[in-house]
Design a protein around this ligand. Structure first.
Ligand code: GTP
Ligand code: MG
Length: 193
C-alpha cells in the first residue's frame, strides 16, 4: 500500500447507503473532535481531503476513501457531542449499528482516544460492543504533541489497564507532527497480508 491514489468515493447518511461488501475496509472511530479526520489527512499526506474543524460533530456521515484500488479507509462520525440533537444521535447510532453488525469486509477498527482525557462511557461502549464484531483493533491515543513523553507512556499504560487490552495494541499519534504515522500504516498493512 503506497497511498498514491486516494479517492473519496461515498458519503453515507443512511443504512442503505453503506458499503458492506467488496474490497476490505479499515474504519476509524472515536468521539467527536478526537482527530479522526486529521489522522486520515496525515496518512494521506493531503490537507483537507477529510474535513477537519474546530466545531465538534463535523463529520456526520460515514465517508469512504478508496486507497490504491485496494482498501477503503472509513471515517466514522464522532460520538458524544453534547449539542447533538436526540434525533441526530439516534440516526447516528442506527447507522453505526448497521455498519458494524452487517459489514462483511471490515478487517480492522482503529479506535481513537484523546491522550489528554480518560476514555468516556461512549468509548467503553464502543470498545465492548465491537470486540466480537471486528477481528482486529488498534487503539490510537491522539494529539500526543500536547503532552510530554512521560505522560504519553502513562496514558498508554492506563488505557491498557482500563480496557484490558495488550499494550502492543496501543499507539500514540500526532496529526500535527506525524509522530508514529508509520505504526498506524504498519498495522493497516498487517490487515491486508
Ligand atoms: N495539537 C493537535 N491538534 C489536533 C490533532 N489532531 C486533531 N487536532 C485538532 O483537533 C480538532 C478536531 O480534529 P478533527 O480531525 O476534525 O476531529 P474529528 O475526530 O474528525 O471530529 P468529528 O468529525 O467532529 O468527529 C481540530 O481543531 C484539529 O486541528 C493533533 O494530533 N494535535
Ligand atoms: Mg471528522
Amino acid at each position: 500500500m503506497n497511498l498514491k491514489e486516494v479517492k473519496l468515493v461515498t458519503t453515507a447518511y443512511l443504512p442503505d447507503q453503506l458499503i458492506l461488501t467488496g474490497p476490505m475496509q479499515v474504519a476509524f472511530a472515536g468521539r467527536s473532535n478526537v482527530g479522526k479526520s486529521s489522522l486520515l489527512n496525515r496518512l494521506f499526506n493531503r490537507r483537507g481531503l477529510a474535513k477537519v474543524s474546530n466545531t465538534p460533530g463535523k463529520t456526520q456521515s460515514i465517508n469512504y476513501f478508496y486507497i490504491d484500488n485496494q482498501i477503503y479507509f472509513v471515517d466514522l462520525p464522532g460520538y458524544g457531542y453534547a449539542k447533538t440533537s436526540a434525533q441526530e444521535r439516534i440516526r447516528w447510532q442506527k447507522l453505526l449499528e448497521h455498519y458494524f453488525e452487517n459489514s462483511k469486509v471490515l478487517a480492522g477498527l482503529a479506535h481513537l482516544i484523546d491522550i489528554r482525557h480518560e476514555p468516556t462511557e461512549h468509548d467503553l461502549m464502543l470498545h465492548e460492543w465491537t470486540q466480537p464484531l471486528v477481528k482486529r483493533h488498534l487503539y490510537v491515543l491522539t494529539k500526543s504533541d500536547k503532552v510530554s513523553r512521560t505522560r504519553q507512556v502513562q496514558a498508554a499504560v492506563a488505557l491498557a489497564k482500563h480496557f484490558q487490552i495488550d499494550r502492543e495494541n496501543i499507539v500514540t499519534f500526532s496529526a500535527e507532527t506525524g509522530d508514529n504515522k508509520h505504526l498506524i500504516l504498519q498495522w493497516v498493512t498487517s490487515l491486508i497480508e
